[in-house]
Design a protein around this ligand. Structure first.
Ligand SMILES: Cc1cc2nc3c(=O)[nH]c(=O)nc-3n(C[C@H](O)[C@H](O)[C@H](O)COP(=O)(O)OP(=O)(O)OC[C@H]3O[C@@H](n4cnc5c(N)ncnc54)[C@H](O)[C@@H]3O)c2cc1C
Length: 400
């Protein structure tokens, strides 16, 4: 027997919130998403995102837009220091931008029309109701006799509330829901930042464009690395000549600069350090980037996902935020959602879903730390974290 919840409030309207929103709506639940950001449609600053098999499966089952959501990168190319020499691997990745994935999910959830999806699909027979309320910051959560009472503050400062049978905290790294249920969490700044940017492929030379064509290029430098791949702009166009070459470079840094506010001097200083170290195609890409931005790399791991007798759940980055080296954030969110489907279909206990989610999260959280230490830190830190990973792996095999 299926027992999908009747009414659901999801806190956070980014990728995890929308994946759960679309999923529940398609199974007949009435869903309201509360998102603190007030923009009608959000920008991703043209930053790339990579997704895995669970997101692919999710889109196959629940996406009705018929929009090609990604560029399937067929190979990963490795470039070492200044060598143009590279090696092709057989690692395949699905590459897109946060903006495109967001627009596709919004079209399916509440029929939002955008430059990517100009004709959103009609609801399916049996779909529940779907509301996406922007500019609503959730501030309180109370269990009452008639369900959960979710309090939020609107853009105009007015306090409002709504009730639901189930509340899903999909509100990211700094989750309010996680604080409200006093979930145990370890949260840490990694000590490094990501510089990010993108350049349209027609704005670079033919040689540079073809070097980055249809593949992920991983440039390994001393205690720094760069990842480049092709992504669609927010319009979702994958027509050659309209796509963007997106790059991310990770560096040790004791502080951070808010995205969009990088001053020219800082960028020039950074370029002066980087350019002598990188192969020529990367040099052209950096020099032609108009609006680079910086994001701080943090991680967080919660040791509980289910609260208030199963009426509150934490998912996505709210449950665990990984350092981005494996690019598994969206995969992790989609796994939560598909796993909960098994719970609501009566195929799995909620406790088992929680256990599996926490095991997976802990492995990726620690694995990402090992990878980060190997690429950006010294040997001592790498060996220490690798040892912790081995212990964790052995303990999970022994079931302890
Ligand atoms: C605008 C934006 C752009 C992004 N771009 C990229 C990218 O280009 N590449 C990449 O790898 N990752 C990107 N990410 C992060 C990526 O979405 C996540 O790492 C991953 O997909 C898991 O997402 P999440 O939904 O769990 O968390 P997040 O994406 O962090 O979303 C959490 C959401 O909850 C909202 N929220 C937080 N607190 C409250 C509250 N109290 N009340 C209501 N709402 C609240 C936030 O505004 C946010 O929209 C981006 C996130 C955002 C929000």
């Amino acid at each position: 027997m299926t027992t999908f919840p009747k009414s659901v409030v999801i806190v956070g309207g980014s990728i995890a919130g929308l994946l759960h929103g679309v999923f529940l709506k398609r199974h007949g639940s009435d869903v309201t998403i509360l998102e603190q950001d007030h923009s009608a449609i959000r920008s991703s600053h043209n930053a790339g995102i990579c997704y895995g098999p669970s997101v692919q499966e999710f889109l196959r089952l629940y996406d009705d837009t018929n929009i090609q959501s990604c560029q399937a990168g067929v190979i990963t190319k490795l470039a070492y220091r200044q060598n143009i020499w590279s090696r092709d691997t057989d690692i395949a990745r699905h590459l897109t931008s946060w903006g495109v994935l967001y627009r596709i999910l919004r079209a399916n959830f509440d029929g939002l029309s955008s430059e990517a999806v100009s004709a959103p699909p009609a609801p399916r027979a049996g779909d529940g109701k779907a509301n996406y309320w922007s500019g609503k910051k959730v501030t309180s959560l109370l269990k009452t006799d008639y369900g959960l009472l979710v309090g939020f503050v609107g853009d105009d400062g007015r306090e409002e509330s709504c009730t639901a049978d189930l509340v899903i905290g999909a509100d990211g790294l700094h989750s309010t829901v996680r604080s409200l249920v006093q979930a145990p969490v370890v949260k840490e700044y990694s000590g490094y930042v990501s510089w990010r940017g993108s350049v349209c492929e027609v704005d670079v030379s033919v040689e540079t464009a073809s070097y980055f064509q249809d593949r992920t290029v991983l440039g390994l430098l001393k205690r720094t690395y760069i990842v480049c791949y092709i992504i669609p702009p927010d319009s979702a166009s994958l027509v050659p000549g309209t796509r963007l070459i997106n790059w991310t470079a990770r560096h040790i840094h004791t502080n951070t600069v808010p995205s969009g506010l990088v001053c020219d001097e800082v960028w020039k200083e950074h370029l002066a350090e980087m350019l002598p170290l990188v192969p020529p195609h990367f040099t052209e890409l950096f020099l032609k980037t108009k609006n680079p931005f910086v994001t701080k790399v943090n991680d967080a791991l919660c040791s509980q996902a289910v609260f208030l007798d199963g009426q509150v759940l934490l998912v996505g980055d709210a449950l665990a935020t990984f350092r981005p080296h494996f690019a598994l954030a969206t995969e992790h969110a989609a796994r939560h959602c598909l796993g909960l489907g098994r719970v609501w279909r009566g195929e799995m206990a909620l406790g088992l879903w929680e256990k599996e989610s926490l095991n997976y999260a802990t492995k990726i959280w620690l694995g990402s730390r090992v990878m980060g230490a190997g690429l950006l830190r010294g040997w001592a830190e790498f060996l220490l974290i690798a040892w912790k990973y081995v212990v964790l792996f052995a303990r999970s095999k022994l079931g302890t």
